[in-house]
Design a protein around this ligand. Structure first.
Ligand code: SF4
Length: 462
């Protein structure tokens, strides 16, 4: 897109850009906005006015600076060869394309989107949603010729955003439900997605019928549809090859692709485990499954959870330790839909090993938790510290207590008093001065660990 017809530059070089709170004009969506969503819908040909951009509510130059605002993005497309199956995948391209805009950052997906506009780009003239609509239409049409007509509606009127939220969520649920029931052994091909490599160069999502994409936005059916219409695009088929370990979900074909696409950094991937060779995590995951050594259990925290999780660390801080395309044993990016799969962490004990999660997530997945277990999993109402968690698990007779050695409690208490934490990391890439230092199977012991978000991270909550 030429700079003489557009107020700012648009191109690949702006992907991965960061905008600090102090440098932003305003935020759209994000944790401080009570409603936000984006959706792509396939419509009959006559229902889409090609090139039309509508703004329902105040435009960018009329929104209060420095604030977070509710927002909705409705992309409607038509084309003879377009099917509804493709909606989820095209929706993820909104993230990709908006990140090409100089001074504009898009994070997350669906009803968790978080966008930031820089003051500099605003002052250069990027002061209307219409420009962002133009970018979407131009890049979608260039990349996907099967789109014959496309219109974009930006919604910034808070009441309208809230009114349309339920409709969007119900559409997401319909898409997700479609993939349930199909088993990984029923198919020969899995799908890989490399859309997030601009943020996490060694990351590839492996999408299988029973392991939904980390962002929670792309099912196996979506992957199949995307690879079919755009075989050279960021979503591609992976021939499963031989199954090397049924329990951990390790496949020859996946290892091969992971090695190739990560430039040798990732050699093995276990689809159904949070340990040793976990699936890599980019930064778009909906939740994190994390290990709590004191109870030998796994907890889950999702992006929307406010405040510290049961280990005393908030989602945002743990996300920094998990993201970047790394394999961090015991910190594992996941989607909520994967929690509905019977393969969920199967190599680690499945729900029999899950000890804590926010009440909101528990209710969303309750019917997929094996009988008698859901009420033995603590939520923020039952435990907000490891000590409280341990007492809860003992009281409810959670199966994880069977893993505790008779004197392990005493030893763990002793360790806690000494404030000693041991992290086991199978790989820890350290990058500096153009050199990557990879520690394999190393054990690092520290008297104290302080994890802080970098000051220039646009997701930093200040
Ligand atoms: S999280 Fe995974 S599936 Fe989702 S866009 Fe990123 S790479 Fe693709």
């Amino acid at each position: 897109m030429a700079s003489d017809t557009f107020p700012v530059e648009v191109g690949l070089m702006f992907e991965g850009e960061r905008i600090r709170r102090n440098d932003m004009q305003l935020e759209l969506g994000g944790p401080k906005a009570d409603a936000k969503w984006e959706i792509v819908r396939v419509r009959p040909a006559g229902d889409v006015v090609d090139g039309e951009i509508r703004v329902l509510g105040p435009d960018l130059d009329a929104l209060a600076p420095g604030m977070s605002h509710p927002v909705g993005v409705l992309v409607e497309i038509s084309g003879e060869k377009l099917e509804e199956d493709i909606e989820g995948v095209l929706e993820r391209r909104i993230h990709e394309f908006l990140n090409y805009v100089e001074g504009f950052v898009h994070l997350n997906q669906r009803h968790e989107i978080w966008m930031r506009l820089s003051r500099r780009s605003f002052e250069k003239g990027l002061n209307s949603f219409r420009y962002l609509g133009q970018v979407l239409i131009r890049l979608f049409r260039d990349d996907l010729p099967i789109i014959e007509a496309m219109q974009v509606t930006w919604i910034s009127d808070p009441d309208t955003v809230r009114e349309m939220l339920d409709e969007a969520v119900s559409r997401y649920e319909t898409r997700d439900a479609r993939a349930r029931g199909l088993l990984d052994e029923d198919v020969d091909t899995f799908y890989g997605c490399a859309l997030c490599q601009s943020f996490a160069p060694t990351h590839v999502c492996v999408i299988t019928p029973q392991r939904y994409a980390n962002c929670g936005a792309i099912s196996w059916f979506d992957g199949r549809a995307a690879a079919g219409i755009d075989p050279k695009g960021p979503i591609f088929g992976i021939a499963k090859g031989a199954c090397l370990n049924e329990k951990t979900g390790e496949y020859e074909g996946i290892n091969e692709i992971a090695r190739k696409r990560s430039m040798g950094e990732v050699e093995r991937v276990s689809l159904y485990s949070a340990f040793e060779f976990p699936h890599t995590s980019c930064g778009c995951f909906e939740g994190i499954a994390f290990y709590i050594p004191e109870v030998d259990g796994i907890a889950v925290v999702h992006r929307g959870f406010r405040g510290p999780a049961v280990n005393g660390i908030p989602f945002s801080t743990m996300a920094d330790s998990t993201a970047g395309g790394r394999q961090v044993s015991g910190f594992h990016g996941i989607s909520i839909e994967y929690m509905r799969s019977s393969r969920f962490l199967q190599a680690d004990g499945g729900y029999g090993r899950v000890v804590w999660m926010p009440g909101e997530v528990l209710e969303r997945v309750r019917e997929y938790i094996p009988d008698g277990l859901a009420d033995r999993i603590a939520t923020e109402k039952d435990a907000l510290s490891v000590g409280e968690l341990k007492a809860f698990l003992e009281k409810t007779g959670h199966p994880v207590t069977g893993r505790w050695k008779p004197d392990s409690g005493r030893e763990q208490d002793k360790d806690r008093k000494q404030e000693k934490t041991v992290l086991r990391l199978s790989e820890l890439p350290i990058r500096a001065g153009g050199i990557t230092l990879v520690l394999k199977n190393a054990r690092i012991t520290a008297e104290r660990v302080i994890i802080e978000r970098r000051p220039d991270d646009p997701r930093r909550r200040t």
